[in-house]
Structures are given as structure tokens and as C-alpha cells.
Design a protein around this ligand. Structure first.
Ligand code: SAM
Length: 270
């Protein structure tokens, strides 16, 4: 009944049903929640009622779509986006207070990686970096390079570093933590380049050895949003006035709405 009222936009009925105990977390036989149905039909007032009643903004349909992915109306979309950002900000603050985030999960750095011409894979056969990302890395390099002193965190296949070199920076510092990636970059002559300084270690452990830079790029692997957030807190002391910072944004890459939410969150927190 709640699903029907939500999809027909009967806000009064939705309120009455909720007041009499209807379950706002219910999934119908298609795997959709009342919130998804209201968003899909563009009923922003119903979306608001359901969110206020605690309907989960981040529930997923069988096709991995959330209410925000279904939203056909800008007001409904904004309500869902604000609900998502608010909850992530609050949950992040609580988790940080309880020290439940940011713990170092060293697995990736302790495991072997395998190299081929067009990719680096981790021990679980997940891609650390792939050659198709070259144009993206070139765009990042272009954004951060205007001569001067450049810092890159995470060497990977060296795509962004190769592009950075083309701008002839005065200095080019690369931080890399994986022993095998580090070995490979040294073997391919990066340590001999005149303007290149390689710092081996996790950025978290070597940050005190770093200087200030005109351009900074950040692209690690096997880390969490909290690590990126922590790196951002160091930016004021790493970036020269007028300097440019860019990062690989793979935040919630598997869901378009969550990705938009995290883009907003990261800009709010930066
Ligand atoms: C996605 S790749 C970087 C790809 C690179 N942007 C390119 O253009 O090829 C991520 C790299 O970050 C390194 N890495 C992961 N965690 C790190 C950390 N905490 N500090 C420094 N490097 C890290 C990984 O070993 C890997 O080489």
C-alpha cells in the first residue's frame, strides 16, 4: 500500500500509512523501495516525507540503482543528494570520533603485483592501473603543470609522470609505496632523471620529507576515502600559493548517484 501511495504521489496517504506503522524500508517484488518509486515518478513531496521518516536513501535495487539514480525531478534529486551528504558527513564524523576509520590496511602493499604492457594487477587480479587511463592522466598532468615544482603520489605505470616530464618541471617528486613498483621504476631509469626525486614509502609515512609544490597529483590504490580526506588536510602545507591540485576521482565509481554525492562531499570537505 505504501509503495502504491508513493508511486502515485499521494503524500497524505503516505503520511497516514507511516503514522500507522508502515515499513519505509520495504522492498516490493521488483526489489524497489517506496522512496525509489516516489523518486522515479518525480514526487518530491513524497520523497521528503519518506526521507524524514528514515527511508534509506542508499538502498539498492537488484540493478544496483539507488533512489537518486531513479530521480526524474530535480527537487527529488536534490533532496536525496542532501540526505546522502548529510548522512555521510555525520557518519564520517562519528566514525572518526570512535577511531573506526583510517586504520591502515596494509594488504595491497604487502602482496605481489604483476606487470604487463597494458596493466598492473594486484594479488586478487584487480587492476591497479590500466593503459587506457593514459588520456586521463595526460589531462591531470596538463592541469597541474605550469613548470615549477611538481609532486605526484602513486607511480603505478608512470603514465602521469611521463606526461608531467613533458612539461619540463624544475623538480618532479614521486612518492611510491609498493616495493615492486618502486623497483620497476628504478629499473626503468626514473631514478637517473635529473629533475626527478623518488621518495619510497607510504605518503602517510614520508610526508614530513616533502616540500612545497606548484602542482600536486594524488592517485593511490588500496586506500579509502578517509585516506584521501587525510591527504587533503595536508594540502595547505604542501601546495604553494596559487598552486594546483588534482586527484584521481574513482569515488563510488560503481554507482552514478553515489559518485555525484561523493564529489559534493569531497568539495565540501576540501
Ligand atoms: C593507480 S596507481 C597510480 C597510477 C599513476 N597515476 C599512473 O599514471 O600510472 C596507484 C599507485 O599508488 C601506489 N600507492 C598505494 N598506496 C600508496 C601510499 N599510501 N603511498 C604511496 N603510494 C601508494 C601503488 O603502489 C600504485 O603504484
Amino acid at each position: 500500500e505504501l509503495c502504491l501511495a508513493a508511486s502515485t504521489g499521494d503524500n497524505q496517504k503516505v503520511k497516514t500509512l507511516i503514522a500507522s506503522g508502515a515499513d519505509v524500508t520495504y522492498f516490493n517484488k521488483e526489489g524497489l523501495t517506496p522512496l525509489m518509486l516516489a523518486a522515479k515518478q518525480g514526487h518530491a513531496d513524497v520523497v521528503k516525507t519518506l526521507i524524514d521518516a528514515g527511508a534509506p536513501w542508499n538502498a539498492l535495487s537488484p540493478a544496483n540503482l539507488s533512489a537518486g539514480d531513479f530521480a526524474m525531478d530535480l527537487d527529488a534529486f536534490d533532496l536525496l543528494l542532501n540526505a546522502g551528504i548529510r548522512s555521510e558527513l555525520i557518519l564520517g564524523t562519528i566514525a572518526r570520533k570512535d577511531n573506526k576509520v583510517g586504520d591502515f590496511d596494509g594488504d595491497y602493499l604487502e602482496d605481489r603485483v604483476s606487470f604487463s604492457e597494458d596493466k598492473i594487477m594486484d594479488a586478487d587480479s584487480k587492476a591497479v592501473m590500466m593503459a587506457w587511463e593514459k588520456p586521463l592522466m595526460e589531462a591531470h598532468a596538463k592541469a597541474i603543470c605550469s613548470g615549477g615544482h611538481i609532486l605526484n603520489i602513486g607511480f603505478g605505470m608512470g603514465l602521469v609522470d611521463t606526461a608531467i616530464q613533458q612539461y619540463g618541471p624544475a623538480s618532479h617528486t614521486i612518492v611510491e609505496a609498493h616495493p615492486e613498483v618502486y623497483k620497476r621504476m628504478c629499473a626503468s631509469g626514473w631514478a637517473e632523471k635529473e629533475n626527478v626525486k623518488i621518495v619510497f614509502g607510504r605518503w602517510q609515512d614520508v610526508i614530513q620529507q616533502l616540500d612545497t609544490y606548484d602542482g600536486i597529483f594524488f592517485d593511490t590504490y588500496g586506500e579509502y576515502y578517509e585516506d584521501l580526506r587525510e591527504f587533503h588536510q595536508h594540502l595547505p602545507s604542501l601546495l604553494k600559493p596559487g598552486g594546483i591540485y588534482s586527484f584521481f576521482n574513482g569515488l563510488c565509481g560503481g554507482n552514478a548517484f553515489f559518485h555525484v554525492g561523493y564529489c559534493q562531499l569531497v568539495s565540501l570537505e576540501l
